[in-house]
Structures are given as structure tokens and as C-alpha cells.
Design a protein. Structure first.
Length: 408
């Protein structure tokens, strides 16, 4: 009996120890998660505080350069912004960076998108002023231009003086650039930027227009925005064929305190595009006048040269015969894929409609429900059946809504 009692007592003690140990481990895990979150928030606040001082700095520290034009191509993932970015990138008067905000998002993957807007905004300002000192906090290293995300997609960084070994004549060849220009030091990015009349940045990681108001009011900047939108059904179809959006989807999903969920992502993207558009067109702030245009991707690919010429006029660039020929060739599949930037080469009209062949009708119905407001606002016709979806003679692009003009 005594042995049995001792055995029971020892068993209870061991069970209690196991419970205490399990509780302790759980507390340590929760503490670790909280600590990571706090560190991330503190990091953002430090960066924001430093940038705030830049905004408050005496005027002699920032020299206004009204002759320089700063262009932000504002869009969402898989909306055709890579094509639009390249249309500007191929111009010899343009310094172009593709998705620099990737550095912020990849550095702070645990934060929701609204907390990342400020550091992204301040990074954009530094880039527009050709001050690349804002990059290193978001980079594991900044020794060569190869440390910059998608550096090889910038014509300016693939040509002299950034790349003395460059063989570039007219249009960028990413393969040659990657092999010939990767040894340039990172400081060259800043030096080269100052030589161009136009600084152009493409960004899909901004889901808010108001965060850009300080840049639009900044006397040291001459900021213009091209807001590119696309049919949500085409966006979803393109996303399904693209394998590198896990990190972005996880961050966007945090806006609804959700784990990575494509339904949440599509809903947030659609809401953001509508909100941006309404802020810019319905009783807009005075500083937005002449600084915002909106373009539907589907309109652009139906008449690419005409639309791009208007966009060029909007930012003070000239269309050359060579560039016009390049645009015509790339949108009609007349260039070999290996000679161009990304696989958007081809019949652009067919590419814009591919979702009607690829996307299952059940997903079409779901995304129409999630993004109905965007489809109504931007003029995308809803479909009621798979038969309508497959009927290519049925035009799903409605006339531009009121106030929806290329150049306001």
C-alpha cells in the first residue's frame, strides 16, 4: 500500500511538472512572437522618425529641382504594371527602378500593410531625390548594384556610366546586362540617377493614396502618378500562374487579421484601387490637380501606341520612332521572348482575355462578388454564365465611367 501511495504521489508530481513545462514552453513561444512584433514596430518607428526629420529639415538641405519629373506607376500585382514600367524604362531620359518597396516588405514580413506604408513612402521620396542612403536598413548588404532587387531591369543601370562594359544600344537586354554590369558598386545607383531628367518607380505595394500626400505637396518633388487598374478576373487568373507571391499574400492578408488567403488578398486589392480612385477624382485635394491619371490596362492594350503617347505627354517625354516601333512589336508578338524583359511579349489583346479561357467559372463568380464595387466603378461587365465567359464576341469592357479620363 505504501509503495502504491508513493507511486501515485510521484506520478502526480511528474504530471504537474509536465503541465508546468508545457505552459512554460507555450509562454516562451508567445513571448517570442510578441517580441518579434515589437521589434518590427520599433524598427518602423525608428525609420519613420528619421524620415520625419528629413521632412522637417531646413530648406538648404533639400534643393528644389522643379525641372526633374518624378513618376510613380501605382498599381497592384499582375495588372500589367511591368509592361507600363518598361515602356518608360526604355526611354533614354528615364532612370527607372522596379519595385524597390520589395526591400521593405521582405525586411518586415510580420507587419500588416498599413504599417509598411510609411517606410515605403519615405523610401520612394529618397529615390526620387536620388538619395539611395535609405536602402541599406532594408538590405542584408549594399555593396554592389546586384544587391538591389531587379536591378537588371533598369536601362540606366545597364548602360554607361553605371556599366562601362555595357553593349546596350537602344533597348535593354536583361541577360547581357546581368553578365556585364553586376560588378558596379551600389553607390553608382545614386550617381547615375542624378543624370536623368525623369525618375520613374513602379510600385504595387502601396494600397493607400493618402500616404503619398506629403510627396505630392513636397516642393522638392514634381510627382505625377499613373494609376493602372485591371479586370480583377484577369488579375486572379494571372496570380494563379505566378508562383512568387506567398510573402506578399501573407502581408496583405494581415489587413483582416487573416492567414494567407487569396480571397482576402483580392478583396483588399480591389478595395484599395477603388479608394485610391475616389480620393483622386471625387472632390480631390488641390495638389492632386494635374498629378494623377488613371488607365485601364484593357484600354492600353487595345491602342498601346496612342495611349502611351498620351502618357508620355503627361510627364513631358517625347515618343521616338524607334520606341513606337518597339511598343508595336512587343504588343503584337513580333520580338523573340529572349530579347525582351518579361513574358508580356505577344498579342496583348489575347493576353488580356486569357482569363476567359483559363479561369474556372466558379472562381469567376467568386471574384466578381469580392470585387463587385471595383468592377462597377471601373467599367467591367459582370457575366452570369460560363457560356458568356467563353463567348469572345461579348465585350466585357464597358465605356469609361464619368470622370474616368486618361488625362484629367
Amino acid at each position: 500500500m505504501l509503495l502504491w501511495l508513493l507511486s501515485c504521489t510521484m506520478g502526480e508530481r511528474l504530471e504537474k511538472r509536465a503541465i508546468v513545462s508545457q505552459f512554460s514552453n507555450m509562454m516562451r513561444r508567445n513571448f517570442s512572437i510578441c517580441l518579434q512584433y515589437i521589434i518590427g514596430v520599433v524598427f518602423i518607428l525608428v525609420i519613420w522618425y528619421s524620415s520625419w526629420h528629413v521632412y522637417q529639415a531646413p530648406s538648404h538641405r533639400v534643393k528644389p529641382r522643379q525641372t526633374k519629373v518624378h513618376l510613380l506607376i501605382l498599381s497592384s500585382w499582375r495588372s500589367g504594371s511591368s509592361f507600363v514600367g518598361q515602356v518608360f524604362n526604355q526611354n533614354p531620359d528615364v532612370f527607372y527602378l522596379m519595385e524597390p518597396a520589395w526591400h521593405v516588405w521582405s525586411r518586415l514580413p510580420l507587419e500588416p500593410p498599413d504599417l509598411l506604408h510609411l517606410p515605403v513612402r519615405d523610401l520612394l521620396r529618397s529615390i526620387f531625390l536620388c538619395d539611395m542612403s535609405a536602402f541599406p536598413p532594408y538590405m542584408s548588404r549594399s555593396e554592389n548594384i546586384t544587391d538591389l532587387f531587379l536591378w537588371q531591369e533598369s536601362r540606366a543601370l545597364c548602360s554607361s556610366p553605371a556599366c562601362p562594359n555595357s553593349t546596350l544600344i537602344d533597348f535593354i537586354n536583361r541577360t547581357e546586362c546581368f553578365s556585364n554590369c553586376g560588378k558596379a558598386p551600389f553607390k553608382k545607383v545614386e550617381e547615375v540617377c542624378k543624370n536623368f531628367s525623369h525618375v520613374v518607380v513602379k510600385a504595387v505595394r502601396l494600397l493607400n493614396l493618402e500616404v503619398l500626400y506629403p510627396l505630392l505637396k513636397d516642393p522638392s518633388l514634381n510627382l505625377k502618378i499613373i494609376h493602372l487598374v485591371r479586370d480583377p478576373r484577369a488579375i486572379l487568373s494571372s496570380r494563379e500562374a505566378f508562383a512568387f507571391l506567398d510573402l506578399d499574400d501573407a502581408i496583405v492578408s494581415k489587413a483582416q487579421n487573416s492567414t494567407s488567403d487569396i480571397r482576402v488578398v483580392m478583396e483588399e486589392i480591389c478595395k484599395a484601387q477603388v479608394h485610391i480612385y475616389k480620393l483622386a477624382t471625387q472632390n480631390p485635394q488641390p495638389f492632386l490637380k494635374g498629378s494623377y491619371v488613371i488607365v485601364r490596362y484593357e484600354d492600353l492594350v487595345r491602342s498601346p501606341v496612342d495611349h502611351i503617347r498620351e502618357l508620355y505627354n503627361y510627364v513631358g517625354l517625347s515618343m521616338t520612332p524607334k520606341l513606337e516601333s518597339w511598343i508595336n512589336n512587343i504588343t503584337h508578338g513580333l520580338l523573340p521572348t529572349e530579347e525582351v524583359f518579361m513574358p508580356f511579349v505577344g498579342d496583348s489583346m489575347k493576353i488580356a482575355q486569357q482569363w476567359r479561357e483559363k479561369l474556372h467559372f466558379s472562381k469567376v463568380k467568386e471574384v466578381q462578388k469580392l470585387c463587385q464595387q471595383e468592377m462597377d466603378v471601373f467599367g467591367y461587365r459582370l457575366i452570369e454564365s460560363e457560356r458568356e465567359q467563353k463567348n469572345m464576341s461579348l465585350d466585357l469592357l464597358l465605356p469609361k465611367p464619368d470622370q474616368f479620363e486618361l488625362i484629367p
